[in-house]
Design a protein around this ligand. Structure first.
Ligand SMILES: Nc1ncnc2c1ncn2[C@@H]1O[C@H](COP(=O)(O)OP(=O)(O)OP(=O)(O)O)[C@@H](O)[C@H]1O
Length: 229
């Protein structure tokens, strides 16, 4: 379980995340939704340790990881699929996935990864940079999964991806949830996607959470209102 308390993040003197509190349980998918510039990426970068906290704490299964470096957070079970995917374009698909395996001490890419992403198996000897956006997104998710995370963070996984492939990404996240005991936290602007994957939706606005609903209780017009400029 992920437990975030009074999380604050600043760029220099400018506080961008203003004391967020939330928990996310095992086998739960939580979506954090908000317009551009509302703080989603800043929140995710602070959870994985790319940005330091200016206040608050992050616990994973009771262990305080707030002061840990990113690699130590990965060792403690946090995996991150960054916005824009950030795969290594000059490494092959297989090599990209293997970069995640040092932490989990896996010797070979597990079969369930290629079962989840058959296209990555087909393309395992191709350079990552030659894959389509959707395939790169799958690659970034595969690379995160081989660390055997307790918490999987995905920052705007549908960004720049065509609608038919967005459905595939939603299916993959739902499969991962069935396959593993995992917490998934996803930031998004696409409501149809979050309605297909999330158990709970939180809306972020200027670094504060302003709305929260279980998926079954979501008033989609209300959320769309928060997401429109
Ligand atoms: N490196 C930075 N230095 C200063 N301010 C920044 C920096 N990065 C982001 N910000 C500011 O922090 C706020 C939150 O930005 P952030 O990128 O976290 O939003 P976001 O919700 O992820 O948006 P997007 O969907 O565009 O990625 C914005 O006001 C942005 O201008």
């Amino acid at each position: 379980m992920l437990d975030v308390a009074n999380l604050k993040v600043s760029y220099g003197q400018s506080e961008v995340i203003h004391g967020l509190n939330f928990t996310a349980k095992k086998n739960e998918t939580l979506a954090v939704m908000g317009r551009n510039g509302m703080g989603k990426t800043t929140l995710f970068k602070s959870l994985i340790g790319v940005l330091p906290l200016s206040g608050g704490s992050i616990h994973i299964d009771g262990t305080d990881i707030s002061k840990c470096e990113s690699y130590q957070r990965v060792e403690n079970g946090v995996a991150y699929v960054p916005q824009g995917r950030m795969i290594f374009p000059n490494l092959t698909v297989q090599e990209n996935i293997e970069t995640g395996m040092g932490v989990s001490k896996l010797k070979a890419i597990p079969d369930d990864i290629y079962a989840l992403f058959p296209v990555l198996h087909e393309m395992r000897h191709r350079k990552g940079g030659n894959l389509s956006g959707g395939q790169q997104q799958q690659l970034a998710i595969a690379r995160a999964l081989v660390t055997n995370p307790k918490v999987l963070l995905l920052d705007e996984p549908t960004e720049g991806i065509q609608p038919s492939i967005i459905k595939d990404i939603a299916n993959v996240l739902n499969e991962i949830k069935k396959m593993r005991d995992i917490t998934i936290i996803v930031s998004e602007q696409v409501l149809s996607f979050t309605m297909a994957v999330a158990d709970r939706i939180i809306v972020i606005d200027k670094g504060n959470f302003i709305h929260e609903d279980l998926r079954d209780d979501v008033d989609t017009d209300k959320i769309k209102g928060y997401l429109s400029v």
